[in-house]
Design a protein around this ligand. Structure first.
Ligand code: 5AD
Ligand code: SF4
Length: 471
């Protein structure tokens, strides 16, 4: 899964207890905590929708929750272990609530649920419910059984289409969530990179049909969404039959979504270099609403390591691909994922990765020390790299990447660009939006309303954000 947006040294926690719905005295309350990638963010939202239909209101106060749901990430060991320490804390809260005569059902969803199943309840008996990503539409029913005291483990791949069975987002529920939205178009992965758990936790590749995607996108647009980010573990492998009876790829789908009134910006994540086809590159050339920012992980720059990782492309293929993409869209900025210390990685292999980074020049990047994952081929390989070596390589790689990111931001000074205003700023009388390259941009609140796209000039570049004035 290449779509995890974890800061360079950041945490796996994405969001906590988002109160999506107002609570009333009669409703039960759910606290949701989301770890990992944007697909988990999207899934948490859909689970909240399903629970809302069942009388649960969101809360951001865990101690008052009748249901605590952790939507977990299994991508690296650190992410998975965090769940157990969190569960330990929640167990104590559950006991406190029980002493006051209230229930607290504890549910574990997401990729740890899928990978570890019943083992989670064995390790932490306070857990009542374990539910994998393919069975979220069964959550309300599973929850009813859990509340009757049954221990529930739902990790089988359902044959029915979960998206068809999850409640459709209602306009009233979407309004107020913001002007940007995620839309899952594809799930799972058939690539089997040897370090990655995703093919096991999210299953094999499934594409949602065009009609479902377009209907959901139109609903989001009607509710005020201006920017859509299409999600998939291998989003550019998406394919489906179009209304013309022909097989569509992601490029064709983007042309269709660009026609929806109100949708001013399109993005997609995460892509695999092997699936960047001509039509997708042409879409970048032709569609002004397709933003000039692409997350295209390469993982490593050594052909030997790429082969051991089963990436099925060479470093030179990747560089050539980037040249073609930049030829189609000259202002394209690149983002990537990197793993250091994959088994067998020598100093020379690592230098190849550094060289690739120097030649691409990234605007953004996420980098990780290799973490052996149970059940993946990488875990059984020999020549594991010593932790201290991984640390040292990661430090050097991140230093190089952060120089590039910094240079990318600095180069924005004085530039004129479009800005989508997304929310109020932290300071009084400010608003924050995003540049086409995903950078947060701060403007005065008089510059425009939330949801407006305005033209601004960058007056100052800060460490993480840019500052601008309207032109
Ligand atoms: N160890 C370290 N990093 C990993 N990633 C995936 N699996 C592992 C692993 N076992 C990284 C990859 C991927 C990103 C989401 O997480 O870089 O693109
Ligand atoms: Fe994991 Fe590779 Fe599939 Fe991405 S393409 S989800 S890294 S197996």
């Amino acid at each position: 899964m290449e779509l995890e947006q974890e800061e360079l040294t950041g945490s796996d926690e994405v969001s906590e207890g988002k109160a999506a719905y107002p609570a009333t005295a009669s409703t039960k309350k759910v606290f949701v905590k989301t770890y990992g990638c944007q697909m988990n963010v999207y899934d948490s939202q859909r689970m909240s929708d399903a629970l809302a239909a069942d009388g649960y209101a969101g809360t951001d106060r865990i101690e008052e929750a009748d249901l605590v749901l952790l939507n977990t990430c299994h991508i690296r060991e650190k992410a998975a272990e965090k769940v157990y320490s969190e569960l330990g804390r929640i167990k104590a809260l559950k006991a406190e609530r029980a002493a006051r005569g209230h229930e607290m059902v504890i549910g574990v969803a997401g990729c740890v649920a899928q990978a570890e199943g019943r083992e989670i309840i064995r390790r932490q008996s306070a857990v009542d419910l374990v539910i994998g990503p393919q069975t979220y539409h069964r959550l309300p029913e599973a929850l009813r059984r859990a509340r009757r005291g049954e221990k529930i483990v739902e990790t089988e791949y359902a044959i029915e289409d979960k998206f068809e069975h999850l409640p459709k987002p209602r306009r009233s529920e979407i309004i107020g969530r913001g002007v940007t939205a995620f839309l899952t178009v594809q799930e799972g992965c058939d690539k089997f990179c040897t370090f990655c758990v995703v093919p096991y936790t999210r299953g094999s590749e499934v594409s949602r049909p065009v009609s479902q995607i377009v209907a959901e996108a139109m609903k989001l647009a009607e509710a005020g969404v201006r920017e859509l980010t299409l999600l998939g573990q291998n989003v550019n492998a998406w394919h489906g039959e179009g209304p013309d009876g022909r097989e569509w790829g992601l490029g064709r789908l983007l042309y269709r979504l660009a026609e929806i009134p109100g949708i001013a910006r399109l993005r997609y994540t995460t892509s695999h270099p092997r699936d960047m086809d001509d039509e997708l590159i042409e879409a970048h050339r032709d569609l002004p609403s397709l933003m000039p920012y692409l997350h295209l992980p390469v993982q490593a720059g050594s052909d030997r390591i790429l082969k051991a990782m089963n990436r099925r492309h060479k470093a030179a293929d990747y560089i050539r691909l980037i040249e073609r993409i930049r030829a189609a869209r000259p202002d394209m900025a690149l983002s990537g994922d990197f793993i250091v210390g994959f088994p067998g990685e020598t100093d020379a292999d690592f230098e190849d990765t550094m060289e690739l980074i120097r030649s691409v020049e990234y605007a953004q990047a996420y980098s990780f020390k290799y973490s052996p994952r149970p059940g993946t081929p990488g875990a059984d390989m020999k020549d594991h790299v010593a932790e201290a070596v991984k640390d040292e390589r990661l430090q050097r790689l991140q230093a190089l990447l952060s120089t590039q990111m910094h240079a990318f931001n600095l180069a924005m000074s004085g530039k004129t660009m479009d800005l989508l205003i997304e929310k109020p700023g932290r300071q009084h009388a400010q608003r924050v939006g995003r540049s086409p390259w995903l950078q947060p941009v701060v403007v005065d609140e008089t510059a425009g309303e939330i949801g407006d796209i305005i033209t601004v000039r960058i007056t100052r570049t800060g460490h993480n954000s840019l500052f601008a004035e309207p032109v």
